[in-house]
Ligand binder design. Structure first.
Ligand SMILES: Nc1ncnc2c1ncn2[C@@H]1O[C@H](COP(=O)(O)OP(=O)(O)OP(=O)(O)O)[C@@H](O)[C@H]1O
Length: 599
């Protein structure tokens, strides 16, 4: 096993947690189970020896035939029952440990995926991530559920049978053991090839899930643009690639099974040939030959199962590799260690709110190295100031907001909130101080109250009062169960205006120090818009605000306007000043006044 595999498996060990003892108990059960299995051919052989009057084991010698047979039958029955009982207990116990272990891994993977920066998620399709969290973790559960302990059980059974055989008749024992060598070599040879093929299967499955997820999420557009046939054909190609990848693994799977069957038959034939000669030469009794014929079959049982589990285990190792890759993704954006934070930052982190001064100092940023988005951006927004960010599409306005919220980190320069580098602030503190309203409102499935509260500990009565203050009563009355109305995924059962109102309310409830907003361009009826505007006005009062403005009215009302072009700050000032200056802003405002464009 590769070193990396071992390291990754070792990393999973802590997940066993308090199940270690239970697993140890299960492993201890392997010995009686294997012994009970190995003893059965021996007892059958002894029964035949008793019947034929051949030499038997010491404890049967001199016993009357009928009594010896009764005893052997009882022992055989006992061995079978013991094996069944213990194996049942073992299987249950192992499955339970496996399920608990994988639940812990899945929880950790989820938490890790949630903590990874947007930069990681930008390059990872959701469907691919889902595959790692679902079927890869399931593949690992299978290994723990039956595979890993099963393999150990098979190995212990092999060992017990080998020792028993060698002590009864070493020549036949050696012959049978030697017949296992080609099987083991064959399995090792196939293992690496299977592993590669299995990794491809997982990749194709990820692609399949990614395609599925994208199409279902964009179903509205798919149907509207009648893309069903085209997308189905594309999906067909993905399923075909998946089918081919799976077929590639079936080949290895069936090859190893067929090979084992073939070697097992050859082994029986060899035992019959050599053992038969020994029996006719008087070197061995028929009882012992029977024992060995039974052993030659039983010996291949664990190997057959090993081959079956071999695919499971390889699948599990692939899963470990893929899960490991995800867990090893560094969390780029996290809190600085306490020792590296300045005293001011620590003090500030303890306070709930702050004045709300925002400073960008020579900030440069690129999503991709070769494509700078913001270049040497510097500005200062004083506490309580309202600033409108304006600029052509793609000029970097949303990126400024993302950097301020620390969803991405600038490659150069720094961003300060109330004089403290945002990297030094605890992330929850930073995000609590910033109230963000995005254009594309995201609501979770769950009820309206939960969506408004999110992480804030607010009682239902307080929530009702706040909603009344925010003028949401009308909206809540329209909803079938008011605050308790269940929302579909992404708030799909609300209109975009209603979603906007809720997203503004959700921020207002948190009372942030700085309001960051991407103004909605979606059309709203005058009543809804008036409610929204009232809420926003209230939110803006005595609070710093950075608004990506699309409407002239918002821009005109701002204390200062920052004009961005290709990630550079090219103009700033009030509406009047910038109109007079006759630059880019004046052109944009002019176009909007003539109804030709939004800002
Ligand atoms: N996640 C991303 N990965 C790579 N490039 C991105 C990403 N997000 C945005 N960009 C690019 O960065 C540039 C600036 O995007 P940004 O969203 O900040 O512009 P904007 O000024 O807000 O535009 P708009 O007014 O259209 O919303 C665009 O050219 C865009 O293609």
């Amino acid at each position: 096993m590769a070193r990396l595999d071992r390291q990754r498996l070792a990393r999973l060990l802590p997940y066993l947690g308090r199940d270690r003892k239970r697993l140890l108990f299960t492993l201890l059960l392997l010995i009686p189970v294997a012994t009970a299995a190995a003893i059965q051919p021996l007892l059958v052989g002894q029964a035949i020896a008793v019947l034929r009057g051949e030499p038997t084991m010491a404890w049967l010698t001199g016993m009357p035939v009928a009594q010896a047979l009764r005893l052997l039958v009882l022992l055989l029955l006992g061995a079978v029952l013991l094996r069944l009982g213990l194996q049942g207990l073992q299987t249950y116990s192992v499955q339970a440990v496996g399920q608990r272990l994988t639940a812990r891994i899945r929880d950790d993977l989820f938490a890790h995926a949630m903590a990874l920066s947007l930069r990681f998620h930008d390059r990872t399709p959701v469907g691919k991530l889902l595959t790692r969290l679902t079927s890869d973790v399931d593949a690992l559960a299978e290994v723990f559920g039956s595979g890993a302990v099963g393999v150990l059980a098979d190995l212990v059974t092999l060992l017990v049978i080998a020792v028993t055989m060698l002590s009864i008749e070493w020549r036949l024992g050696l012959l049978l053991l030697a017949s296992q060598v080609p099987v083991v070599l064959g399995m090792l040879w196939l293992q690496r090839r299977y592993r590669r093929a299995n990794y491809r299967v997982r990749e194709e499955l990820s692609q399949l899930n990614a395609d599925l997820q994208e199409n279902l999420q964009g179903l509205e557009v798919v149907q509207m643009f009648r893309r069903e046939a085209v997308n189905s054909a594309r999906f067909g190609r993905t399923t075909d690639a998946y089918r081919k990848a799976v077929t590639g693994t079936i080949l290895f799977d069936s090859a190893i099974s067929a090979f084992i069957e073939w070697v097992a038959l050859v082994a029986v034939a060899l035992v019959l040939a050599l053992g038969g000669a020994m029996v006719s030469g008087g070197l061995m009794g028929l009882g012992t030959l029977t024992t060995f014929i039974l052993y030659s079959q039983r010996l291949f049982d664990p190997l057959r199962q090993l081959a079956e589990r071999f695919t499971q285990i390889q699948g599990g190792l692939t899963a470990v590799e893929r899960i490991g890759e995800l867990l090893e993704q560094p969390i780029e954006i996290q809190d600085l260690p306490a020792a590296e934070r300045s005293a001011a930052a620590v003090r500030s982190s303890r306070q709930r709110s702050s004045a709300g001064e925002v400073v960008f100092e020579n900030v440069s940023f690129a999503y991709r190295e070769d494509d700078p988005i913001l270049t040497d951006l510097s500005f200062r927004i004083t506490p309580g100031e309202h600033v409108a960010l304006v600029g052509p599409t793609g000029s970097g306005k949303t990126t400024v907001i993302r950097l301020l919220c620390r969803l991405y980190e600038p490659q150069r320069g720094r961003i300060l909130l109330d004089g403290i580098d945002i990297r030094e602030l605890a992330i929850p503190t930073l995000r609590q101080r910033l109230g963000v309203v995005l254009q594309d409102t995201f609501l979770f499935s769950g009820n309206v109250a939960d969506n408004l509260r999110l992480d804030a500990p607010i009682t239902t009565e307080d929530l009702e009062r706040l909603c009344a203050e925010l003028g949401l009563v009308e909206l809540l009355r329209r909803l079938p169960d008011g605050l308790a109305t269940e929302l579909r995924e992404r708030g799909g059962n609300l209109s975009s205006g209603e979603r906007q109102l809720l997203s503004v309310a959700r921020v207002a409830i948190r009372d942030p120090s700085v309001l960051v907003m991407d103004e909605a361009t979606a059309f709203m009826d005058p009543a809804t818009e008036a409610t929204l505007q009232r809420d926003l006005d209230r939110l803006l009062q005595q609070r710093t605000a950075i608004v990506i403005a699309h409407r002239l009215a918002t821009v005109e009302a701002a204390d200062r306007i920052l004009v961005l072009k290709r990630g550079r700050l090219i103009e700033q000032g009030s509406h009047g000043e910038l109109r007079q200056a006759g630059g880019l802003y004046a052109q944009l405002a002019d176009l909007q006044e003539r109804g030709l464009a939004a800002l």
